[in-house]
Design a protein around this ligand. Structure first.
Ligand SMILES: Cc1cc2nc3c(=O)[nH]c(=O)nc-3n(C[C@H](O)[C@H](O)[C@H](O)COP(=O)(O)O)c2cc1C
Length: 202
């Protein structure tokens, strides 16, 4: 069982999404004793902001790639291989400005690649990344899973949509919410951890 863990908060051990992600990883390790885990800290080792050279490298046949384009496509090749090789992906997601961190968006921009992770067919788009399970560990200062701010949440839905686009439809989201709200923040993590534990014990 191969696990790919994406860390995307810059807050290290203090990060709530990292702590919740750790709980998920511990649960997976308890289920699969020989789980092999690759961790990519995208906040520390950022993927480059997707640009014209990266895009050109995607649409250029391999045999025509210049050295510059080979270097440009290497980021995608490596990230796609890690994704394809994995069985389970755990993604820590701190909410920034109602959305995902740009480090995670950069990773997405490099792995969503026509002809590699999805393709266009007569019947529409077909995702090519099959048989994966994804867990999201989302942290936010406010509460978005219910209540008046629900509409503002562009984390869970966006990630589920973009992963679905490349074929990954089995996505479970865990959330530690209200970490900036007095009276809620004190028990936010223990509640979230409880939900993770309950889910894995089913
Ligand atoms: C740049 C930035 C933007 C943020 N934007 C939001 C936001 O839009 N909504 C919200 O509820 N919390 C927001 N927060 C609070 C974080 O979601 C919260 O601190 C969360 O714990 C961050 O995840 P982490 O602990 O894993 O780093 C923001 C924090 C930062 C640093």
């Amino acid at each position: 069982m191969k696990i790919l863990r994406l860390v995307t908060s810059f807050r290290g051990n203090d990060s709530q999404s990292f702590q919740l992600g750790n709980t998920v990883v511990e649960m997976i390790k308890a289920q699969y004793k020989n789980a092999d885990i690759i961790t990519r800290n995208l906040a520390k080792n950022e993927m480059p902001h997707f640009n014209d050279v990266h895009f050109t490298s995607f649409i250029t046949p391999v045999e025509n790639l210049s050295d510059e384009l080979k270097n440009a496509v290497s980021h995608s090749d490596k990230a796609v291989k890690e994704l394809i090789d994995s069985d389970i992906i755990v993604i820590d997601v701190p909410m920034y400005n109602f959305s995902i961190p740009s480090s995670l968006k950069a990773w997405i921009d490099h792995i969503v690649r026509a002809g590699v992770t999805f393709r266009y067919t007569e019947n529409g788009v077909e995702g090519l990344v099959q048989n994966k399970k994804v867990y999201l560990a989302i942290a936010s200062g406010g509460i978005y899973s219910e209540g008046p701010m629900k509409e503002y949440d562009l984390t869970e839905k966006y990630i589920k949509n973009i992963l679905g686009f490349i074929g990954i439809t089995d996505v479970t989201a865990f959330r530690v919410e209200g970490v900036a709200i007095p009276g809620i923040k004190e028990s936010a993590m223990s509640k979230a951890v409880q939900i993770v534990e309950n889910t894995f014990s089913l």
